[in-house]
Design a protein around this ligand. Structure first.
Ligand code: ADP
Ligand code: ADP
Ligand code: ZN
Length: 214
């Protein structure tokens, strides 16, 4: 099963993608996580990506597409994968379509997690991330057991630099300009499904399972 998660920053793509990956036993591929791991390890890619991420801008397609194509060509992706945060532009979507077409494949579902802009700023200011293991929490909707400590690995959880309100506004406008057009792109490919992302997390997940099948 090959799945794309669509939705605004903070819509809950990552939260849902992790559960999908666990239930259907497929890898969760988050471009944001890959960039953050590169930043943490001080790689050249990380240095370049950080300049864009800190400003709420997209990392250029040239730095993003090959990375994802290499990842989905790995053995563990044979039974499928869930893409979280990719594609984010029409050229990225076309690169993905072309790469899969070459090997006689195509994506199965593009799931749009729909959340209006008004809800997003609250979501983001309450998000806490563990930069060690990638786990994500929310101070109200999904708190850690001990404040500021990751349940999964014990490292500290932080407010991401790009989750500060000024940057969130910028990311939302980038989303509307560059990423939202993908909804129509996947509608035309007949694989678009929408879920109401304002519901509680477990209800959103049930709605997704109803689409993907038990
Ligand atoms: P969120 O889950 O809140 O939308 P991500 O972790 O997916 O955030 O992405 C964080 C940042 O990483 C983005 O704002 C962008 O700068 C960069 N990024 C992630 N994925 C892509 C992509 N497919 N294309 C370009 N930039 C990306
Ligand atoms: P994205 O990957 O789309 O940027 P996340 O999955 O990181 O979004 O979720 C953004 C924030 O909102 C996190 O703090 C997460 O815990 C919280 N969150 C996710 N889904 C829901 C939901 N259905 N209701 C309330 N909060 C949510
Ligand atoms: Zn952790």
């Amino acid at each position: 099963m090959k799945i794309i998660m669509l939705g605004a920053p903070g819509a809950g793509k990552g939260t849902q993608a992790k559960q999908i990956a666990a239930k259907y036993e497929i890898p969760h591929i988050s471009t944001g996580d890959i960039f953050r791991a590169n930043i943490k390890n001080g790689t050249e890619l990380g240095k370049k990506a950080k300049e864009y991420m800190d400003q709420g801008m997209l990392v250029p397609d040239e730095l993003t597409c090959d990375l994802v194509m290499d990842r989905i060509a790995q053995d563990d992706c044979e039974r499928g994968f869930v893409l979280d945060g990719f594609p984010r532009t029409i050229p990225q979507a076309e690169a993905l379509t072309n790469a899969l077409t070459k090997i006689g494949q195509s994506m199965d579902y593009a799931i749009d997690v729909d959340v209006p802009d008004e809800n997003i700023v609250n979501r983001m200011s309450g998000r806490r991330a563990c930069l060690n293991c990638g786990a994500t929490y929310h101070i109200v909707f999904n708190p850690t057991k001990a404040e500021g400590v990751c349940d999964a690995c014990g490292n500290e959880t932080v407010l991401r630099d790009d989750d500060k309100p000024e940057t969130v506004q910028k990311r939302l406008s980038v989303y509307h300009d560059q990423t939202q057009p993908l909804i129509d792109y996947y509608k035309e490919q007949n694989i678009l499904k929408s879920v109401d992302g304002t519901k509680p997390m477990d209800e959103v997940f049930s709605d997704i399972v109803a689409i993907l099948g038990e």
